[in-house]
Design a binder for this molecule. Structure first.
Ligand code: PEP
Ligand code: MG
Length: 591
């Protein structure tokens, strides 16, 4: 009997990064430490089980010592917590009792460790003393580290993939995504995630198609299945028929041809029909991406997300490492602005070696809050930025500002960094423009007062939407609420731009909204002065701006702001865009 053709299946998710790729699926097996194997062991196996546990603890201790030793002298203070963890790993209560439990209850190491942790954590949690109560967190942290070595679960070793594939994973963290090597990975799909997650932002920077929030992709797709990933429409076809494949190939070539057409005009200025020239800059996560920004016609770097240099490693980078990276970027475009954003870790960009574990990390010790709590970590970065500023046009951008006090405190540290550099005789720039991300509603509300303290605003719509609408930007279940043109978000943006204008400071936008050319009429009409986006969107956004007339865009925004539902706003956009565009332009309006 002839073998039956596998059935074609269409999956719908969220388009994370545009483009189409066709290839073999590679399932990333990342179970995490939640899935705990439970089994009995007896006789001779018991010795082997205890040995396995001891080996995992040794690996965990070695790992911690490695991190501690790699921590630069000036940041040693921060590594103290890890020393506590290293001691705790060998503590009788945890180590001794787990071995006893394996022996007495004849169960595997993971199960025994979980039982012991469950019994000692409440002891700490119930203690009156806050310091001792916090040790419950340390126990959890340490046991996670052992679990990781027992189960072999850890970071996805994307670097070890040796064929050109499409990754299929339950989830990919921003750090994992940033390690993707383009010669091996054509695109990726994940069960979880949303369009504004850092994972999809990185996919757009890497210019690889991605579909997120597919829910059950990892249970439907098998290793080596042929799949078609369409990051523009947010669909994945598993086992495509000949016909589907041919059709996908055609769409792929059309997409690439269109992108090439836009790219050719990338270097022309983004000047509206009535002569307003807007800078369109690039967002980068890694220093080497500056080349893509320059080649796509970017007018500078509007957002350098510096945290990625802290993520895929085991300890804090040194001042010299940071400086070299920043200088590398600045030297590629010395005549154009480079906006270096200070460390925005935690939230969905957790750094393992900081040992901060929080219940609600997105509302926790993230970004500027973390930096102000760890002035040594912050000063190291501030010094590196001021040193790099000597080689070009650097401006500094502070993330997640939620009150003025944070700006004042940071400016003091910046002055301290400048003084210490002077004392050390290192070339640097004393004063550079200081701007803030407006991405927390409290900062948006206080924009008028904040504007008096800073040189510029940069609106971070990714977080502004998240915090305004009370939705996790990476959660597929509430992705329907994640929309930059909801009336509340539009009114906030208007409020921010007006505050900047009253105080005569420029207002930029570096959130993903800036890279969607469909929103260009709104942003031009609101008076945003500069846009920054992933490199591939630069020519598309520039093209959109060239089709506009500022006066018309302003009138359109006035009408838009009277509306009270997203639906009404969408309808007005649909009905007005035809007349806002210069139809003589040979390029189409596109997302
Ligand atoms: C934003 O929040 O809009 C932003 C640009 O910052 P990030 O995406 O890195 O949080
Ligand atoms: Mg942000």
């Amino acid at each position: 009997m002839p073998e039956k053709e596998p059935q074609e299946i269409m999956l719908r998710g969220i388009g994370g990064s545009p483009g189409i790729c066709i290839g073999k699926a590679y399932l990333v097996d990342k179970e995490g430490v939640d899935v705990m194997p439970k089994y009995s062991v007896s006789g001779k196996q018991l010795e082997a089980e205890k040995k396995r546990f001891k080996a995992a603890v040794k690996k965990a201790v070695d790992e911690l010592h490695h991190i501690i030793n790699d921590t630069p002298e000036e940041l040693r203070e921060n590594a103290k917590i890890l020393e506590t963890h290293a001691v705790l790993l060998k503590d009788k209560m945890l180590y001794g009792r787990t071995i006893e439990t394996i022996e007495q209850e004849q169960i595997n190491a993971e199960w025994a460790l979980r039982k012991v942790v469950m019994s000692i954590k409440p002891l700490f949690e119930g203690m009156g003393d806050a310091y001792l109560r916090d040790r419950a967190e340390d126990v959890a942290n340490v046991s996670d580290r052992i679990f990781k070595h027992l189960t072999g679960a850890g970071c996805v070793d994307i670097g070890s993939i040796n064929k050109r594939v499409i990754l299929v994973a339950r989830d990919l963290s921003p750090a994992e995504t940033s390690q993707i090597q383009l010669e091996r990975v054509m695109g990726f799909v994940t069960d979880s995630g949303g369009r504004a997650s850092h994972t999809s932002i990185i996919a757009r920077s890497l210019e690889i198609p991605a579909v997120l929030g597919l829910d059950r992709a990892t249970s439907i797709i098998q290793n080596d299945d042929i799949i078609v990933v369409d990051g523009t429409s947010g669909t994945v076809v598993v086992n495509p028929s000949e016909e589907t494949l041919a059709e996908a190939e055609t769409r792929k070539s059309q997409f690439e041809a269109r992108r090439a057409l836009y790219a050719r005009s990338g270097h022309l200025p983004a000047k509206t029909k009535d002569g307003l020239e807007m800078a369109v800059m690039g967002n980068i996560e890694l220093p080497e991406e500056v080349v893509a920004v320059r080649d796509r016609g970017g007018d500078g770097i509007g957002l350098y997300r510096t945290e990625f240099q802290y993520l895929a490693r085991s300890s804090f980078p040194t001042e010299d490492e940071l400086f070299e990276n920043y200088k590398d970027v600045v030297e590629v475009i010395p005549d154009k602005p480079v906006t270096i954003r200070t460390l925005d870790i935690n939230g969905d960009k957790a750094v393992a070696y900081t040992a901060e574990q929080e219940e609600n990390p997105v509302l926790g010790l993230r970004a500027i809050r973390y930096c102000l709590k760890k002035p040594n970590v912050f000063l190291t970065q501030l010094r590196a930025i001021l040193r790099a500023a000597h080689y070009g046009q650097v401006r500094i951008l502070l993330p997640l500002i939620s009150q003025i006090e944070e700006i004042i405190e940071t400016k003091k540290l910046l002055a301290q960094a400048a003084r210490s550099l002077k004392k050390d005789g290192l070339p640097h720039q004393d004063r550079i423009p200081v701007g803030v991300m407006i991405e927390v509603p409290s900062a948006a509300i206080m924009a008028d007062a904040i504007a008096k303290e800073v040189d510029f605003f940069s609106i971070g719509t990714n977080d502004l939407i998240q915090y305004t609408m009370a939705i996790d930007r990476g959660n597929r279940n509430v992705a329907y609420l994640y929309n930059p043109i909801t009336p509340a978000v539009l009114r906030l943006i208007k409020h921010i731009t007006e505050a900047a204008q009253h105080n005569h400071i420029p207002v930029f936008m570096c959130g993903e909204m800036a890279g969607e050319s469909i929103y260009a009429p709104i942003l031009v009409g609101m008076g945003v002065n500069e846009l920054s986006t992933n490199p591939q969107a630069i020519p598309v956004v520039k093209n959109a701006i060239r089709m506009l007339n500022v006066e018309q865009a302003r009138k359109f925004v006035d009408e838009l702001l009277k509306l009270t539902t997203t639906d009404q706003i969408e309808r007005l956009m649909d009905s007005t865009y035809g007349s806002l565009l210069n139809n003589g332009n040979h390029m189409k309006w596109e997302r």
